[in-house]
Write a protein that binds this ligand. Structure first.
Ligand code: ADP
Ligand code: MG
Length: 256
């Protein structure tokens, strides 16, 4: 007597699960029916299923990478108003969104006053990198330094450094808002050094380069850091006044 275990569908479901092909399993009855109607041969049927599986795998991968990047809020280039930021070079930014600079292990530095859209653009470029398969992680400078100091105290510094070294793109936002301790500055410097020509960074700051000495409290360290960071760099100076400020002024004007 035949048991239900012998049914090909049951075995097929088992094998497709073991092979980790969930979309094959979910979709094959429907696709098989479609292919029968469309008179598509076996190779065409397999191709359709493989495409569905691949697309789903890419979608899930992107979703995982975006989650792992820990962006503070989801911002994309689509919701960046270039008309409100005429000093932001649209052509350059759209080019950067293609991520070739990440393959070249180059860096991006965004400089400008608070509220001009630096974080927005950094997240947007990071998001675009996640969508293209790169591993990204977003930190504020203060949070990164905190994690580094904590890791060092707990003797986990090497582990954290190794984790960061695996990233294709490290985003360090708001460099210059908070000055660091000597240890903090040195640990951050070490990260920047380790990435030199090995992985890309986006660094945003409200301070001009001349003022970076005040962040690291050491001319020697700042000089060495700028030397590494700016070796292969795209600099985006954004000169507008605060977008938020401009928006609230415009709203007030409308009301008046
Ligand atoms: P920064 O990091 O330079 O201080 P943010 O990127 O945080 O500025 O921008 C402040 C707020 O204004 C954010 O909500 C951001 O999305 C928005 N914003 C800034 N510039 C623009 C712009 N040109 N188009 C659309 N939104 C913008
Ligand atoms: Mg910001």
């Amino acid at each position: 007597m035949k048991s239900s275990q012998d049914k090909p569908q049951v075995l097929l479901a088992h094998h497709l699960k073991a092979l980790r092909l969930p979309m094959f399993l979910n979709e094959y009855p429907k696709v098989a029916a479609q292919c029968a109607t469309d008179k598509i041969d076996y190779a065409g049927f397999l191709l359709r299923l493989a495409e569905i599986e691949l697309l789903e795998r890419e979608r899930k991968g992107t979703e995982r990478r975006i989650k792992a990047a820990r962006f503070p809020s989801p911002k994309s280039l689509d919701d960046f108003d270039f008309l409100a930021a005429p000093s932001a070079n649209k052509k350059q930014i759209l080019e950067l969104a293609r991520c070739e600079w990440i393959d070249q292990r180059e860096n991006v530095i965004m400089l400008g006053n608070p509220g001009v859209g630096k974080t927005h653009l950094a997240v947007a470029l990071g998001l675009s990198a996640c969508r293209r398969g790169y591993h990204v992680r977003f930190f504020t400078a203060a949070a990164l330094v905190n994690e580094l100091v904590e890791a060092r105290n707990e003797k986990l510094l090497l582990k954290l450094q190794a984790k960061l070294a695996k990233l294709h793109l490290l985003i360090v936002d708001e460099l210059g808002y908070v000055p660091f301790s000597k240890t903090g500055a040195e640990l951050l410097f070490e990260i920047f050094s380790q990435r030199y020509e090995r992985g890309s960074m986006i660094v945003t700051s409200n301070l001009a380069f001349e003022e970076w000495t005040s962040i690291f409290d050491s001319e020697r360290l700042t000089g060495a850091l700028l030397d590494r960071l700016t070796h292969r760099v795209h600099i985006l100076p954004i000169k507008e006044q605060s977008y938020r400020l401009a928006q609230s002024k415009a709203r007030r004007k409308q009301k008046a």
